[in-house]
Design a protein around this ligand. Structure first.
Ligand code: X1X
Length: 331
């Protein structure tokens, strides 16, 4: 009885909102739409599915989570546009570098070489140290970080073998669009260019670039090994992948549901981090055993770190974020 009354009140609240994306009150009480670059086997999609399950377990409102995978709704920069405008989707997982256009400090949270190892990455993500970046994103783009997924280790993936710093000189590689990404790879003498993720396979195939940098799960799904079968263990990044919700969608939710969404985002993020970080090496091994990739040790990781640290410092200084970078390093 109480549940039914509560449900009616929530429905009334929802109906009075203009549209929850996808508009709707249909068979379910409402629909929230998500987007993923990948199919349901990838850790990002599994994380977003988990998010929906957790919300529905905790809520009396019956919510249809309409997750559009396989880049059906475009790639992450498209998701950012949709979410800031409050159209087409309500939530997605997005690389911090794809948020830089709206909030230039965001890529600081997973720029190459910022984490020493998985334990450091875990400590940072289990703390509140990234709060100032979350506030900047909310303030400048009306986007809320409701949880942190990620946990893939990014390596170089290339058409030709690379195993030391000299072989990196002039290496034409694709990087994500945030300027700090190009600056880091320029500092190590590579020749980076920003290319949309959906164009990278063709760019390698046609010789526009010789490779990219990516984590195992995504290398496997996008089959970059077909054109770039060499993986060099530079281990330059451990991914941080915020689960981002449009502020416009969030504010349309009844207050009780907002709390449930925040809690579910946090828990889904933790689930996603555990999942991706535990699968990462296995997926690399899987591709190696299948003869899809050749894995090369990298001799000069310490030299890369030396070259990149001043670039990180300069970037933090430009943003007025030196204290934040120090706090991350000190953890
Ligand atoms: O490099 C990219 O643009 C993409 O790489 C993987 O697919 C993911 O980490 C994704 O978030 C995006 O950053």
């Amino acid at each position: 009885m109480f549940k039914a009354i509560k449900k009616k009140l929530i429905c009334a609240a929802i109906a009075s909102c203009a549209t929850l994306l996808g508009s709707g009150v249909n068979a379910a009480d409402m629909t929230l739409r998500g987007a993923s670059l990948f199919d349901n086997e990838h850790a990002y999609s599994k994380t977003l599915i988990k998010f929906g399950e957790l919300v529905n377990e905790a809520s009396d409102t019956d919510i249809a989570f309409d997750l559009r995978g396989n880049s059906e709704l475009g790639i992450e920069p498209d998701y950012v546009n949709f979410l800031t405008k409050g159209v087409a989707i309500d939530y997605a997982i997005i690389a911090p570098s794809n948020l830089a256009r709206f909030a230039p400090s965001l890529p600081l949270m997973d720029m190459p070489f910022v984490f020493r190892d998985l334990a450091h990455w875990n400590a940072v993500l289990s703390s509140d140290v990234l709060k100032p970046l979350e506030e900047e994103l909310l303030d400048k783009a009306d986007l809320m970080i409701i949880g942190y997924a990620g946990g893939g280790t990014r390596n170089l993936i290339s058409a030709n073998a690379i195993s030391n710093i000299d072989e990196l000189t002039g290496h034409k590689m694709r990087v994500m669009g945030a300027p700090i990404q190009a600056r880091v790879f320029q500092a190590i003498k590579a020749a980076p260019s920003a290319i949309a993720y959906s164009e990278v396979y063709n760019a390698i195939q046609t010789g526009v670039v010789d490779g990219l940098e990516n984590e195992s799960a995504s290398l496997l799904q996008y089959k970059f090994f077909e054109v770039a079968p060499h993986v060099t263990l530079t281990q330059h990044s451990i991914t941080v992948r915020p689960i981002v919700m449009s502020g416009k969608s969030f504010r349309k939710l009844p207050e009780e549901l907002q709390q449930i969404v925040l809690q579910a985002g946090k828990e889904a993020g933790a689930y996603g981090r555990e999942l991706e970080s535990s699968e990462d090496a296995l997926k690399l091994e899987e591709m190696k055993s299948a003869g899809q990739i050749e894995v090369h040790e990298f001799a000069d990781r310490d030299k890369l770190l030396e070259l990149v640290t001043p670039v990180q410092d300069a970037y933090a200084e430009e943003l007025g974020a030196q204290e934040l970078l120090e706090a991350i390093r000190a953890m």
